[in-house]
Design a protein around this ligand. Structure first.
Ligand SMILES: NC(=O)c1ccc[n+]([C@@H]2O[C@H](COP(=O)([O-])OP(=O)(O)OC[C@H]3O[C@@H](n4cnc5c(N)ncnc54)[C@H](O)[C@@H]3O)[C@@H](O)[C@H]2O)c1
Length: 465
């Protein structure tokens, strides 16, 4: 609606006989002298701003093709679509509540946990939910199924969970009424909060999605948890990316984390500070886990090991980054089973929150752990291992690493997790990639060729996120 339209009376045809020129002049004069049009102008202006904010929100149904190769995605994918944004309420009702309760039922007494796993249709979330359920804990998943990468992979993970009896609620972590409902129905002992906007480079395309999920979403989860009675203990995924420009290696929890190199890292760092606040004010027991480049079966298509595999098989060239003076880019690749073990150990050792009904009753536990493999591997070596397992030679293109948020090197010091959690990673990159390649070939041969899927496999992102 233009400014002029604001002055048009509601009775159509009233101005029909007037000359358009005089009509416009009169409207303009009236517009300039009356306080009402000014008010209308500013209301419309505010409305337009709100509308554009709505459009950039990940819940927006603005369409974007799901997934591209690397550079095309960077210019095109500024919006995320979620299943909940295209349909109306996807939760609620007696049948829905019954499924939530049944999924939350503990089958391991007397020490079973009741865990709300956010991001459960994601890579890590699916694996941990499955492992918790297998040992008899009650698990309810929550995910908005956004299309940052191929949602059909998330649906396939959901089917896997559903098959073993884990119910996955479709919804956004920013949906306060949904969270309240879940806490009303189930007395969760723990929240494993993994839902986030992952990926380092995509932050330059859709920064709003990082604020929405990693900052606002985290606060929404912590708000629901602090008001719940009993308050659950929280274990959540931070990231190795918080070490940013830190050059001291291996990265230890005591090192500086105030120089993030990407917006993704900054939102994870903000999350660690927000966790401190909720621990301090409300007595929530909170454990932050800094994952180091997690890989494995059912992994994320936006990560290098995944899209290298896809491109090598398709005979397409792959781009390998190098640092200044041909410096090697290396990552502390950590196999998913080791991460699952670290998550479960964190849940098992988390002390109870001390607050109740939103009021702190005493000091509560606040922890941060590195979960890595403590053995960095150059990306060129990752490629050689993939070539061996795929039995295909890669067409390599080595280029200077652009300044897009990625760091050159990650290496975890895991002594603290070893000591406090009994965390002991056992899978080396060769073994882990062998398992990944086996899964990849099985998955994409049974659900159509990888070539058919490749257009929907998400963003070329960093090898660590
Ligand atoms: N995989 C890694 O290498 C790695 C490294 C460091 C940190 N992390 C962190 O670990 C966690 C899990 O990562 P992942 O690799 O499984 O990623 P993933 O993208 O596969 O899983 C995240 C899930 O969260 C969901 N989600 C995102 N925003 C949401 C929202 N607003 N409401 C509800 N659901 C939402 C997504 O749909 C997705 O299924 C993330 O917090 C990530 O930042 C991962």
């Amino acid at each position: 609606m233009s400014h002029m339209d604001a002055g048009v009376p509601s009775t159509p045809g009233k101005f029909k006989s007037e000359k358009p020129h005089h009509h416009h002049q009169r409207l303009l004069l009236r517009w300039q002298h009356s306080p009402l049009p000014k008010f209308l102008f500013w209301s419309l202006f505010a409305g337009a701003v709100l509308f554009s904010l709505f459009l950039i929100s990940p819940r927006s149904s603005s369409s974007s093709p799901a997934g591209h190769t690397h550079s095309s995605s960077v210019t095109e994918r500024r919006f995320l679509r979620t299943s909940s944004s295209s349909s109306s309420a996807t939760w609620g009702g007696r049948e829905w509540e019954k499924r939530v309760r049944s999924s939350a039922r503990v089958r391991r007494h007397p020490f079973g946990l009741t865990v709300l796993v956010t991001g459960a249709a994601g890579f890590v979330g699916t694996h941990v939910s499955n492992a918790l359920h297998r040992r008899g804990d009650g698990v309810v998943g929550l995910d908005n199924f956004n299309d940052y990468y191929d949602p059909s992979l998330k649906r396939a993970r959901q089917a896997l969970l559903s098959h073993s009896g884990v119910f996955l609620v479709e919804g956004d972590i920013n949906d306060g009424p949904l969270l309240r409902k879940l806490f009303d129905i189930v007395a969760f002992t723990h929240v494993l909060h993994l839902a986030a906007q992952a990926g380092v480079r995509y932050a330059m395309v859709n920064p709003g999605s990082y604020v929405h999920s990693n900052v606002a979403g985290l606060v929404s989860i912590l708000e629901a948890a602090r008001s719940a009675n009993p308050q659950p203990a929280i274990v959540w995924a931070s990231s190795s990316s918080v070490y940013g420009l830190n050059t001291q290696v291996p990265f230890s929890e005591s090192h500086r984390t105030d120089r993030p190199a990407s917006l993704y890292a900054a939102t994870k760092k903000a999350g660690e500070e927000i966790a401190h606040v909720y621990n301090h004010i409300y007595g929530l027991s909170i454990t932050g886990l800094r994952f180091f480049t997690v890989y494995g079966p059912w992994g994320r298509p936006d990560m290098a090991y995944f899209f290298f595999t896809r491109d090598i098989l398709a005979g397409k060239p792959i781009t390998i980054f190098e640092g200044p003076d041909h410096a090697t880019v290396a990552r502390d690749f950590t196999f998913i089973d080791d991460i699952v073990q670290g998550c479960i150990a964190s849940l098992d050792t988390a002390q109870k929150s001390t607050g109740s009904g939103g009021t702190k009753k005493g000091p509560a536990q606040l922890r941060v752990f590195n979960l890595g493999n403590t053995s960095p591997v150059p990306v060129v070596e990752l490629v050689s291992i993939l070539e061996r397992h795929l039995k295909v030679k890669a067409k390599k293109k080595v280029v200077k690493m652009p300044r897009n948020g990625d760091v050159l090197f990650t290496h975890a010091n895991i002594s603290l997790a070893k000591k406090e959690l009994g965390y002991r990673p056992t899978t080396n990159l060769n073994t882990g990639l062998k398992r990944f390649v086996k899964w990849y070939l099985d998955y994409y041969s049974s659900s159509g060729s990888h070539l058919a899927k490749k257009g929907r496999s998400g963003h070329g992102s960093s090898s660590s996120s």
